[in-house]
Design a protein around this ligand. Structure first.
Ligand code: GLU
Length: 600
């Protein structure tokens, strides 16, 4: 059956991914110690150092998070404050109508917790929900705005559970800033306005509420006038008082179901979540996945994310290959990184889905012998395109088909360390840009169910990420915490859809191997891969006259394209007695800190 998602074209059209092939430039030397060092004059990066540090994708959210830390709150309180503010000021990326993953290090108990607040498919969904009557997959752009794409939002439940376990300030206090901002307004940021234009390009005519709030009188909100969202202020205020039950069982749940009913009345084919689905929603405490990388232990999120597995496989493969190829050449570094990523991608598009449906051979995928076996098939002097998935232990009884990559867009990452030395690494999403571009109670509703494979099988073989009732779609989100001698020394993550583990692998290797500072690491130019070509970030030294990287990679057989990337790295690193944070200059984030005594 032909797959007609055509996502690349759609994304290209709207500038989400832009690939430009440029001619081979001439030679220059860039050392592995600074693969793409930044031009400090040109790039302004928000950084902060101290005992307690926050990095989020928006200055107002960073400020709210820092405020909670000032009041003696924990990193978890800061996550609640930041996420509720982001719901107001960065609704294109995340919000209470979406889902999220949290990695949390609690210093007092020396324990690492992974909370899964991913959106969940309704008990009513059908496996063929993204298949048209002609038997073909629905065009992705159409699915992105369908109310059928809304998964049961998990973010509120995750915040509630995280706060119950790790919070110190009253739940309600952590909502104060967001309620004020929604009620009194905030000056719209350039990215906020650009995202509305992007959403308009993807289609907003299906949602009266979206248009009247974000595109009033057929134009963008005035950039000099505070932007208010009174309905959201009321929603936030009710959740701040009523907690989780207000959201999943109370008036907010009922309003959401009523709003969805209006869509269903217009289009009978729409299947969307029910009161029961909301009532049944559960945050899942998962076992973090950790793997030794040189002298560090890197921990990330397990399935239903494929991002964490891909990251750990990439690092494992890269470590083995770079040990074998000890030459200090920059080219080796980029070649081996590209190959390690491509092999990991082949596995994640084949083996990973929510384990509630088909078993996922996570242990096998991360097994040292398996990674060595995979690494042995990678050539030191030649790029491999379209590598196939391997056969990890635990997959013997599975006969699956691979799925095409998923697209992404609306996601945010934040990191926090507090004065108690707790560390939070948190990625949150509504998918695409403004999710479905539909609203309830002033909240953007996600379209995360477009992260499922649109087709459920190929030639009779099931796809791990097929749609099933009560299942969570495959994600790429990979919040990370890195340990040295059992204490956290680095936390990071990024939005970026399928490319998330690519961005993080670049950043981790930059930080750990090349000892780049968070500022340098968020500013370095990134390498990514597709199954049949390698992608270099535009405007790096490697695309300037004088760079030999293109030429050398080309000689190794890499098909190279250039692209702008929309990573949103948030990084904090322990170095010489304090934490240092930086926000990705490609977005609008800020790093802020409280000065004070040093962490142990
Ligand atoms: N929805 C995507 C995921 O969960 C993330 C999209 C993005 O990062 O832009 O993997």
């Amino acid at each position: 059956m032909p797959i007609r998602l055509n996502k690349a074209q759609v994304l290209k059209q709207f500038g989400l991914i832009l690939f430009l092939t440029i001619p081979i430039p001439i030679i220059a030397q860039v050392t592995p110690a600074a693969p793409e060092s930044i031009d400090k004059k040109k790039i302004k990066v928000s950084t902060a150092s101290g005992q307690s540090v926050v990095v989020t994708a928006n200055p107002l959210a960073s400020d709210a998070a820092l405020e909670t830390l000032k009041k003696g709150g924990t990193a978890m309180d800061a996550v609640v404050a930041a996420q509720t503010v982001l719901t107001v000021v960065e609704p294109q990326s995340s919000g209470l109508g979406g889902g999220s993953f949290l990695m949390y290090w609690e210093e007092a108990t020396k324990s690492l917790t992974a909370l899964d607040g991913r959106e969940t498919a309704s008990a009513q969904v059908k496996e063929d929900m993204w298949i048209n009557s002609d038997g073909n997959a629905m065009p992705w752009i159409k699915a992105t705005k369908s109310p059928s794409a809304i998964g049961v939002p998990g973010t509120t439940a995750l915040l509630w559970e995280g706060h119950r376990q790790f919070g110190r300030l009253p739940w309600e206090n952590n909502f104060q800033r967001s309620i004020v901002l929604a009620k009194q307004g905030f000056i719209p940021s350039p990215r906020f306005l650009r995202s509305i234009s992007l959403a308009k390009g993807l289609g907003i005519s299906h949602s009266k509420d979206f248009k009247s709030l974000y595109f009033p009188n057929n134009s963008l909100p005035n950039q000099n006038v505070p932007f208010r969202n009174k309905e959201l202020a009321s929603t936030l205020s009710r959740i701040s008082k009523g907690g989780i039950n207000e959201f999943y069982l109370g008036s907010i749940a009922n309003e959401l179901i009523d709003d969805l009913q209006l869509f269903k009345n217009k289009k009978k084919e729409i299947k969307s979540i029910t009161n029961e689905d909301l009532a049944n929603y559960k945050v899942i405490k998962r076992e973090p996945i950790c793997k030794r990388y040189k002298s560090w232990k890197v921990c990330s999120f397990p399935p239903p994310s494929g991002g964490g597995v891909a990251l750990l496989q990439t690092l494992g493969t890269y470590e083995l290959l770079s040990k074998k190829n000890v030459s200090e050449s920059t080219i080796k570094h980029w070649h081996l990184l590209a190959e390690s990523l491509r092999f990991a991608d082949a596995d994640r598009s084949h083996w990973i889905g929510d384990p509630i449906d088909l078993p996922v051979p996570t242990k096998g995928l991360l097994d040292d012998n398996y990674i060595e076996e995979r690494a042995n098939t990678i050539k030191n002097n030649k790029a491999t395109f379209r590598p196939l998935a391997g056969k990890p232990k635990g997959s013997e009884l599975l006969d699956l088909a691979s799925q095409p990559r998923t697209a992404g867009g609306g996601t945010t990452h934040l990191v926090v360390v507090d004065k108690y030395a707790n560390v939070a690494s948190y990625t949150s999403s509504v998918e695409t840009v403004f999710g479905t571009r539909t609203l309830s109670g002033g909240m953007i509703l996600n379209n995360q169910l477009t992260d499922f494979s649109f087709i459920s099988k190929v030639k009779g073989k099931p796809i791990a990420n097929r749609i099933k009732p009560n299942k969570r779609p495959l994600s790429s989100m990979a919040p990370v915490i890195v340990f040295k001698d059992n204490r956290p020394v680095l936390a990071l993550g990024s939005p970026g859809g399928w490319l998330i583990p690519h961005y993080i692998a670049n950043a981790l290797i930059g930080t750990l191997d090349f000892q780049l500072s968070p500022k340098e690491v968020v500013s370095q130019k990134l390498l990514s891969v597709q199954p049949s070509y390698t992608v270099l970030e535009k405007d790096g030294n490697w695309s300037k006259e004088g760079s030999n990287i293109y030429q050398s990679l080309f000689k190794l057989g890499h098909q190279i394209k250039y692209s702008s990337f929309s990573s949103g790295l948030a990084v904090i690193k322990w170095h010489k007695g304090s934490w240092h944070g930086a926000a990705d200059p490609r977005r609008e984030g800020t790093a802020l800190s409280l000065q004070g005594k040093k962490n142990p």
